[in-house]
Design a protein around this ligand. Structure first.
Ligand SMILES: Nc1ncnc2c1ncn2[C@@H]1O[C@H](COP(=O)(O)OP(=O)(O)OP(=O)(O)O)[C@@H](O)[C@H]1O
Length: 635
């Protein structure tokens, strides 16, 4: 282990603390929980025909295995009697048993695992659809790593029920009963010698089971931590490299990786211990039977009987050893199922307003957007919007301005119902947003968000993402309208590949694609949240002209820091610490000499300094000493 890792182990580091939540949630439940099994049934039911085939094969296989020792004993008897014909017949029987057994094993494993793979694919799809129906509030408080673990590792843990043959435990039990019956029928005294080993095996299994269960729980917790850490660090790799945190991060990873390795080593140790112990006990048992047979100088115990009996003893310990391993898998599957269903029971579902809940009174026919006395907080006790009321008529363009963190983007999120108001109402086209079907509501909006997110694919698939069948001509037209067609044509146009998160495009190019995406969608309301923050001044000027055309017959909500970009809107609403400080046109607000006028003057002064102009008296000081309250994101 590296030096950093050693330090990291001693002192809980940032990742350790942040990921402790995974430990806490990772309680190992019961090994078998009927409630959870019942909830898994709907995912297995559509594939039940495979399961029936599997159990039928298993029953036949168990029967065939019980016959094998008898034939072996017969082989010895016929060999003793030099019965060549009988030996040939036994050879044929044995071959049939082996070939038949292998064919049945093949059928049994295949059908069982196909059932599991299909059921787990359905479960994963269900979880993914469920993620999409959750409100953003849920994702704010849940680490991505945990959600990824739910849809991957936890589903895999449940799938192990099928893959590792836990359900074959039914077959194990049947064969155990069959073996015991056959042994007793053959010779009850030899059987008693074999059964004397049961308490010893029981004690070993109990000792190992408890410890391997803890090791297993630890592995699951450490897997979740590993996933969460990798997810965060890979996403933030550019920052890690820029701030030369590679060594520190490697140290943190080393600690987490070693903890994972240790948990695995413990689990491997106990599994190996169990295998070796059961093998030893079974060999001792065989030795005792041989000793007893020798002591009695065979007497009424024949040589073929001893051979048959030792074969049964071997078969007797096999399911016992497997039962204990399957118990661990069963327990981890139940823990996985419990975590999955806990997630699926989540209440933050993005639904339609229930009929009893109070809804906003209907708005006037010409109203496009309205907030009525809205209060909102992301986290309880931290108000973000306070008593906010505003409205925009159809076709009206309004701008929201205010300092960083004043609550402007939050207003847009409330209209799209990405978050729910705590009190008051949000209305779109005169209707409470909660009375809409969420798709119908969001179809009213074209959004250019502050943080553009591109998906792996092509420029076309990203521009036309609102369309199940992307229309090339329409996407090209969208790029042309925003004046960016030429820029993209230089790099393979609409077919240019987009890497994960659009990493192979500049921030400005990503913003242009987001613009084209909004134009393509062609919705009646346009939301531009700092939409030109990442493009150069030339591109911005061209965009502005294009935008005026796009906005012409639409309602628009423009969020901007650069006040020069919003002079032409119909109304400007100024936010200050979550409240509306003032509202009016650019000229009205300047004339009022309030917050907007002050902000505008400061920004104007700052721009003049950057441009190298001389400043009017008084503004020089502001420009030199005071940074503008609006952050400038463009260069
Ligand atoms: N998902 C979230 N969870 C918790 N708090 C949040 C969340 N999103 C925003 N906030 C907080 O709400 C406040 C308002 O955020 P919002 O993004 O609306 O501000 P804004 O005016 O758009 O700021 P900016 O100009 O920087 O984009 C901020 O204090 C922010 O920290």
């Amino acid at each position: 282990m590296s030096a950093q890792a050693t330090t990291a182990v001693k002192k809980p580091n940032r990742a350790e603390e942040k990921l402790r939540a995974f430990h806490e949630e990772d309680a190992m439940g019961k090994a078998y929980d009927t409630r959870l099994v019942r909830r898994l049934v709907p995912f297995v039911r559509p594939h039940v025909r495979f399961l029936v085939l599997s159990f039928a094969s298993l029953a036949c296989l168990t029967g065939l295995n019980l016959l094998k020792p008898i034939v072996m004993g017969d082989v010895v008897r016929r060999a003793n009697a030099s019965d060549a014909q009988g030996l040939v017949r036994d050879g044929v029987y044995l071959s049939l048993l082996v070939v038949g057994g292998q064919l049945l094993t093949l059928a049994q494993l295949y059908t069982m695992q196909v059932t599991g793979a299909r059921a787990m694919a359905d479960l994963r799809a269900h979880i993914f659809l469920f993620f999409q129906s959750l409100q953003l509030r849920f994702f704010d408080r849940t680490p991505v790593g945990r959600l990824v673990t739910r849809a991957s590792n936890d589903v895999d843990a449940v799938g192990e029920l099928f893959a590792s043959g836990v359900l074959n435990a039914a077959g194990d039990l049947i064969s155990l009963v069959g073996i015991v019956a056959m042994m007793l029928l053959l010779d009850w005294r030899l059987s008693l010698i074999a059964f004397a080993a049961i308490p010893i095996v029981g004690a070993i299994v109990q000792y190992v089971r408890k410890r391997s269960r803890e090791a297993f729980r630890d592995i699951r917790a450490k897997t979740a931590r590993l996933n969460a850490f990798l997810n965060e660090q890979v996403n933030g790799i550019s920052v890690v490299q820029a701030y030369s945190r590679e060594d520190a991060t490697a140290g943190e990873f080393d600690a987490i990786n070693h903890a994972y390795l240790d948990a695995n080593k413990r689990s491997i140790y106990y599994e190996a211990m169990l295998d070796a112990a059961i093998e030893m006990v079974s060999t001792l048992c065989i030795a005792s039977v041989l000793w007893w047979a020798g002591l009695k100088r065979m007497g009424d115990i024949s040589f073929p009987l001893v051979v048959t009996f030792t074969q049964y003893i071997k078969q007797f310990f096999e399911p016992i050893s497997q039962l204990s391993q399957r118990y661990t898998v069963l327990q981890s599957a139940m823990a996985g199922a419990e975590r999955i269903f806990q997630l699926l029971d989540e209440k933050d579902i993005d639904g339609v307003l229930s009929t009893e809940a109070e809804k906003a009174p209907e708005g006037p026919p010409d109203e496009a957007l309205a907030l009525l006395d809205v209060n909102f907080e992301y986290k309880p006790g931290v108000p973000v919007l306070k008593d906010v009321s505003l409205s925009a008529k159809r076709g009206e363009k309004i701008a929201l301005v205010g300092a960083t963190g004043a609550g402007k983007s939050t207003v847009a999120s409330l209209f799209l119902r990405l978050y729910e108001v705590n009190s008051g109402f949000a209305r779109v086209f005169g209707k409470d947003v909660r009375t809409y079907d969420r798709h119908a509501l969001r179809e009213q909006f074209s959004v250019v968000p502050q943080d553009v997110y591109l998906f792996t694919g092509t420029v076309l698939s990203n521009i036309a993402m609102s369309d199940p069948t992307p229309d090339r001509a329409k996407a090209e037209e969208a790029l042309r309208r925003i004046g960016a067609l030429e820029l993209f044509e230089r790099r393979n146009g609409l077919d240019a590949e987009v890497d994960e998160r659009g990493a192979n495009f500049s921030a400005g190019e990503r913003q242009l694609i987001a613009f084209a995406r909004a134009v393509y969608r062609d919705a009646p309301i346009l939301v531009l949240d700092e939409a030109t923050a990442s493009v150069d001044s030339d591109t911005e000027a061209r965009l502005q002209v294009a935008l005026d055309a796009v906005m012409a017959d639409r309602t628009a909500l423009v969020i901007a820091h650069r006040l020069s970009t919003i002079k032409a809107v119909d109304r400007i609403i100024v936010f200050h610490k979550g409240r509306i400080a003032e509202a009016g046109t650019h000229d009205e607000l300047l004339a009022r000499q309030g917050v907007y006028a002050r902000l505008y003057r400061m920004q104007y002064a700052h721009e003049r300094v950057e441009a190298g102009d001389s400043l009017p008296g008084g503004l020089k000081e502001i420009a030199a000493g005071e940074s503008p309250p609006f952050s400038r994101r463009s260069v």
